[in-house]
Design a protein around this ligand. Structure first.
Ligand code: GAL
Length: 441
């Protein structure tokens, strides 16, 4: 009896200590976050559509009228964003990437849209997009040319910021090609941020500053966050598993430097969602959606909303997963462990909830089981003393109540992910329920 009581006491003490240390760690962790660009935007990661990965720099409207970069393409996408539930799901920014410009500035030095492909100019397109309750994103470059060779903004930052604001642009993706020095790169990104602010228009500022800086110098993320609403760290995404995998690997290998800096107003940008295209299997699409939610990534789809499977659409519009991505606490998740070709990622959420993803990176064989002790999740506080676990992906299932001493076991398809949400519960509710393990497939 005495032994039993001692065991119970020591378990309670362990629970209490873990709980208070965990809470303390969370508090310290929050205090460390750096100051964000104070334009009041991107309080949660930006959601929308961006043309690059799917439509690239197709300017041949003679041969390919349906997939060239033209006002028609964006008007069609705007219509579908509203009629097919994308806007209601949260996808708000319709973004034009490179190749919208005419090859030369106008006589007053202003950028102009290609007159054949955008006969009404960007202003008319912005009006159209706004009339649908959406926002318009546009692309520019900090250097002498855009990556595809159109006019860059170097030497024209004020004029360009003013032009974008006059046109009614709501987001600027500012690329870093053809910049001749690191100083010009940093000064240009900062200058444009201030120039956009001076216009008085609310314009989300999406940067590629760290990506272009990285080969030469370690990025100062505290500074980058003060100027940009999101920033690309890594090369362009392709429509392939190899590409998604390399982005995840880069992110986890660099998480010490990039996770803590993310938060309301400033996010790491692992690039577009390629779900609904050609290169990813169903399981790989699930992995991208789940991990972009864990990483608090901007959700900018690059796909053809005119031709998208119901399954990809349901995944991209999954409310529970979007809720994780958009969680108001705004903390980016991280890889907790990697073992036997399994990765476990987790992300703290508001209301003491946690998201947990188990990824099976083995590319041979069938589904494999993986077990993780509940106590190891969420810095020891995710499920302390008990929690309710819901599997969200690949399909939604209530798994029931777990306690701190139990094991979460699941089966994951090769290159697939199982995504869970853990909700705190009170001990009283838990006491009435039996302990359990679950095989979640
Ligand atoms: C790249 C950029 C891509 C796309 C492209 C346009 O540098 O990373 O996302 O914008 O330029 O030319």
């Amino acid at each position: 009896m005495i032994l039993e009581t001692m065991k119970l006491m020591s378990r309670d003490l362990r629970l209490d200590r873990a709980l208070s240390l965990g809470v303390l760690a969370l508090v310290l962790w929050s205090v460390r976050r750096a100051r964000a660009l104070d334009n009041g935007l991107a309080v949660t990661p930006t959601m929308g559509w961006l043309h690059w990965e799917r439509f690239l720099c197709n300017v041949d409207c003679q041969e390919e009228p349906d997939s060239c970069i033209s006002e028609q393409l964006f008007m069609q996408m705007a219509d579908l964003m509203v009629s097919d539930g994308w806007k209601d799901a949260g996808y708000e920014y319709l973004c034009i990437d490179d190749c919208w410009m005419a090859p030369k500035r106008d006589s007053k030095g202003r950028l102009q849209a290609d007159p054949k492909r955008f006969p009404g100019g960007i202003r008319r397109l912005a009006n159209y997009v706004h009339s649908k309750g959406l926002k318009l994103g546009l692309y520019g470059d900090v250097g002498n040319h855009t990556c595809a060779g159109f006019p860059g903004s170097f030497g024209y930052y004020d004029i360009d910021a003013k032009t974008f604001a006059d046109w009614g642009v709501d987001l600027l993706k500012f690329d870093g090609c053809y910049c001749d020095s690191l100083k010009h790169l940093a000064d240009g990104y900062k200058y444009m941020s201030l120039a956009l602010n001076r216009t008085g228009r609310s314009i989300v500022y999406s940067c590629e500053w760290p990506l272009y800086m990285m080969p030469f110098q370690k990025p100062n993320y505290t500074e980058i966050r003060q100027y940009c609403n999101h920033w690309r760290n890594f090369g362009d995404i392709f429509d392939s598993w190899q590409s998604v995998k390399s982005i995840l690997e880069w992110t986890s290998s660099n998480q010490e430097n990039i996770v803590d800096v993310a938060g309301p107003g400033g996010w790491n940008d692992p690039d577009m969602l390629v779900i609904g295209n050609f290169g990813l299997s169903w399981d790989q699409q699930v992995t991208q959606m789940a991990l972009w939610a864990i990483m608090a990534a901007p959700l900018l789809m690059s796909n053809d909303l005119r031709h998208i499977s119901p399954q990809a659409k349901a995944l991209l519009q999954d409310k529970d997963v979007i809720v994780i991505n958009q969680d108001p606490l705004g903390k980016q998740g991280y890889r907790l462990r990697k073992e036997d070709n399994f990765e476990v990622w987790e992300r703290p959420l508001s209301g003491l909830a946690w998201a947990v993803a188990m990824v099976n990176l083995q590319e041979i064989g069938g589904p494999r089981s993986h077990s993780i002790s509940i106590a190891s999740l969420g810095r020891g506080v995710a499920c302390n003393p008990a929690c309710l676990i819901t599997q969200l992906l690949p399909v939604k299932r209530e798994l029931g109540f777990y306690d701190w001493t139990s094991i979460l076991k699941t089966r994951v398809n090769p290159t697939g992910t199982v995504l869970f949400r853990l909700e705190e519960t009170s001990q009283t509710i838990f006491k009435k329920l039996p302990l359990q393990d679950a095989d979640t497939l």
